[in-house]
Design a protein around this ligand. Structure first.
Ligand code: SF4
Length: 97
């Protein structure tokens, strides 16, 4: 039987966002519109990464997005495809383990 513990307050899961460099920014900096490709997409991602680079909660943000399997936008300086690759490699290592 599993030991019962009090549920963790939901706010704890999001507390790190109080320190986010992107707090209050327009989300279009971090999320490409559907179908955006090429130079426009790369430019948007570069702009988002520049914000993330100086963010004091970058590690928490990155961890959060990876843990939740966040599929859209730039989180913690990682693009969607970079997070997919990390998740894929992580699964491969686990299976090989
Ligand atoms: S790392 Fe980037 S996306 Fe994450 S909270 Fe900081 S500025 Fe926002």
């Amino acid at each position: 039987m599993r030991a019962r513990t009090a549920p963790r307050p939901i706010a704890d899961l999001w507390d790190w966002q109080r320190e986010a460099a992107c707090r209050g920014m327009d989300i279009s900096v971090f999320y490409s519109p559907t179908g955006e490709r090429g130079a426009q997409r790369r430019g948007r991602e570069a702009g988002a990464r520049a914000v993330c680079l100086g963010c004091p909660v970058r590690a928490q943000c990155r961890q959060f997005a990876l843990a939740l399997g966040e599929q859209h936008g730039v989180w913690g300086g990682l693009t969607e495809s970079e997070r997919e690759e990390i998740t894929r490699l992580s699964r491969a290592v686990t299976l090989a383990g």
